[in-house]
Design a binder for this molecule. Structure first.
Ligand code: Y39
Ligand code: FE
Ligand code: FE
Ligand code: FE
Length: 231
């Protein structure tokens, strides 16, 4: 009943309540796109054979960032970038450490699987409840996020046997961080009419599909997904 009521409640995009929540969610998306831009440049250095394609993805990420900055300006919201930096610090640190050790499989799992699935879930849930300006931008962005996820899937599928152990460890280290991140923004997402249950469901569908495309069995996927619940 509450969900039905929320669904039909008019969102006031100009209210202080909405704008306050937007200052954090918009910042998370802007910071996420910036870090994704940097992560694909790092991946381009780690994977010389895919260098040009990864630079192309990194440029898409900076366009996404510009689009979401425009969404914030459109609602006259100042993004809380300090909050967003802290929000991403766990995944950011783990990506940096893996990159420094040349662990390309871990880097791909963090950016191209986990972060891209998180983005796809969030953008899919946001589109129907976004203001008209942000909806148009987000629709364009989410299409490209699928191509980023696809890059990771294809590379990891081609290197599945030798990557499997590293993927399992990286999943165990990073999936619980995603649940903590979701819990942190549950309230703000709710204010923007995005329900945590829907975010979790969409994320698990995208992530499970990705793991399946790479070569994991259903049994493996159940086991890998269960690590999220420990958070
Ligand atoms: O690859 C990408 O473009 C991903 C970096 C962008 C991250 C988006 C993170 C969205 C989380 C929003 C949480 C809202 C509930
Ligand atoms: Fe993006
Ligand atoms: Fe950094
Ligand atoms: Fe992306």
């Amino acid at each position: 009943m509450q969900q039905l009521a929320d669904q039909f409640k008019e969102l006031d995009f100009k209210s202080e309540t909405y704008k306050d929540a937007y200052s954090r969610i918009n910042a998370i998306v802007i910071e996420g796109e910036q870090e994704a831009h940097e992560n694909y440049i790092t991946l381009a250095e780690l994977l010389p054979e895919s260098h040009d394609e990864l630079i192309r993805l990194s440029k898409m990420e900076s366009r996404h960032k510009k689009g979401f900055e425009a969404c914030g300006r459109n609602l006259e919201v100042t993004p809380d970038l300090q909050f967003a930096k802290e929000f991403f610090s766990g995944l950011h640190q783990n990506f940096q450490t893996a990159a420094a050790e040349g662990k390309v499989v871990t880097c791909l799992l963090i950016q191209s699987l986990i972060i891209e699935c998180f983005a796809i879930a969030a953008y899919n849930i946001y589109i129907p409840v976004a203001d008209a300006f942000a909806r148009k931008i987000t629709e364009g962005v989410v299409k490209e996020e699928y191509s980023h996820l696809n890059f990771g899937e294809v590379w990891l599928k081609e290197h599945f046997t030798e990557s499997k152990a590293e993927l399992e460890l990286a999943n165990r280290q990073n999936l619980p961080i995603v649940w903590k991140m979701l819990n942190q923004v549950e309230g703000d997402a709710h204010t923007m009419a995005m329900e945590k249950d829907a975010l979790v469901e969409d994320f698990m569908i995208q992530y499970g599909e990705a793991l399946s495309n790479i070569g994991f069995t259903t049994r493996d996927i159940m086991r890998l997904s269960a690590y999220g619940l420990i958070a």
